[in-house]
Design a protein around this ligand. Structure first.
Ligand SMILES: Cc1ncc(COP(=O)(O)O)c(C=O)c1O
Length: 363
């Protein structure tokens, strides 16, 4: 079996140990005689899976008791709708929120929110194709805004907030999809922190929300579909309807793997060491260069280019042939992007840099 180094932005590389455990339990989960894919979500086995997953996540992220954990479907994108619908307390057609636009995903979230509420961009880095995080120390946050929204790690552009914005006392909502569990998150700093799991945690199809309980409306929201009301799933322990059982199971295995690695502080150290190998090379290379402002560089997604589109394409092709796959950059940035999530081993980044050095020497 030849495994490649997969630099995809998502769905992405998962820990081999987790995949092996999935394989070993595939036909018979814990003596049930069934695969997790065949278990009823109302069975004792699945209740065990989701309870363990939540307990391990709470441990990993040190989630306080006054925060609700929800395992939901619809990806990060459905939360673009759920956030404004739930946080504008009176339902569709009311509420205000301020958005910081640092890339495509924040822009999409803002546009979606604007379908329901008065959602306003209060800062943007669009002027330089989202290559930096704007100064968020004194933004014109509206006095009556329900929340301030950020996308904390910008998967496409490769930037990340090193410091959370000054929200002037307003609730902070953060999409952490592409940095989820890659470093400690100080949950108390957020009203809502959520992430699609298909980058750092598990297979596509699960999004995890961590929501301060007092922000979950305790009444029905007029005109809002039941499944978009957080209360619906909060009241039923994420089991109002059939959840993505398999996805939640794999997330649970990854949580255990993360604990075994030493938790989120240890992951941060490992991720910093991996990113350093790549960024140090980009800083010294004459052929390749990074595309974002140094102080805003992401530990997870690293876009880089040469000065020639033809060379970029040749690099991606030759890298693929060498077993370094999914390095083509997003069409809005061009060039290459290496996503080096939790499960990408240090050796994978070293192999990429060695390959870049050889490519550079040959061109
Ligand atoms: C930061 C971020 N937010 C949201 C999304 C959308 O996620 P989904 O495809 O799960 O809806 C993505 C997808 O890549 C993302 O990178």
């Amino acid at each position: 079996m030849a495994r490649v180094y997969n630099f995809s932005a998502g769905p992405a590389v998962l820990p081999e140990e987790v995949l092996e455990q999935c394989a070993s339990e595939m036909l018979d989960f814990h003596g049930s005689g069934m695969s997790v894919m065949e278990l009823s979500h109302r069975s004792q086995w699945f209740q065990y899976i989701i309870d363990e997953a939540e307990a391990d996540l709470r441990d990993l992220m040190a989630i306080p008791d006054n925060y609700q954990v929800l395992f939901l479907q619809g990806g990060g994108s459905l939360q673009f709708s759920a956030v404004p619908l739930n946080l504008s307390a009176n339902g569709v057609g009311s509420g205000k929120a301020d958005y910081i636009i640092t890339g495509n995903w924040a822009k999409k979230a803002c546009e979606e929110a604007a379908r329901f509420i008065d959602a306003k961009p209060v800062a943007s880095s669009a002027d330089k194709n989202f290559t930096y995080i704007p100064d968020c120390s004194d933004l014109p946050i509206r006095e009556d805004a329900d929340y301030v929204y950020i996308c904390e790690n910008n998967t496409i552009y490769g930037t990340t907030y090193k410091k959370l914005p000054n929200t002037k006392g307003k609730v902070l909502v953060s999409d952490v999809s592409s940095m989820f569990l890659s470093q400690p998150h100080d949950v108390k700093s957020y009203g809502v922190v959520y992430g699609g799991v298909q980058k750092n945690v598990g297979p596509a199809g699960v999004v995890i929300d961590v929501i301060r309980k007092d922000l979950i409306p305790d009444h029905e929201l007029p005109g809002v579909p039941k499944l978009l009301e957080w209360k619906t799933q909060a009241d039923k322990g994420s089991l109002y309807n059939t959840p993505n059982c398999w996805g939640i199971y794999v997330c649970g295995l990854t949580f255990k793997w993360l604990k075994k690695q030493g938790g989120l502080s240890a992951m941060k150290e490992r991720n910093e060491a991996k990113a350093k190998v790549l960024y140090d090379f980009l800083d010294e290379s004459k052929l390749f260069h990074g595309t974002v402002r140094r102080e805003d560089r992401s530990l997870m997604n690293v876009p880089f280019v040469t000065d020639s589109k033809e060379l970029d394409a040749e690099f991606v092709k030759e890298a693929t042939d060498a077993g370094l796959v999914n390095l083509k950059g997003h069409r809005t940035v061009g060039g290459m992007r290496a996503s080096i999530y939790n499960a990408m081993p240090y050796e994978g980044v070293v192999a990429l840099v060695d390959f870049m050095k050889r490519f550079e020497a040959a061109h």
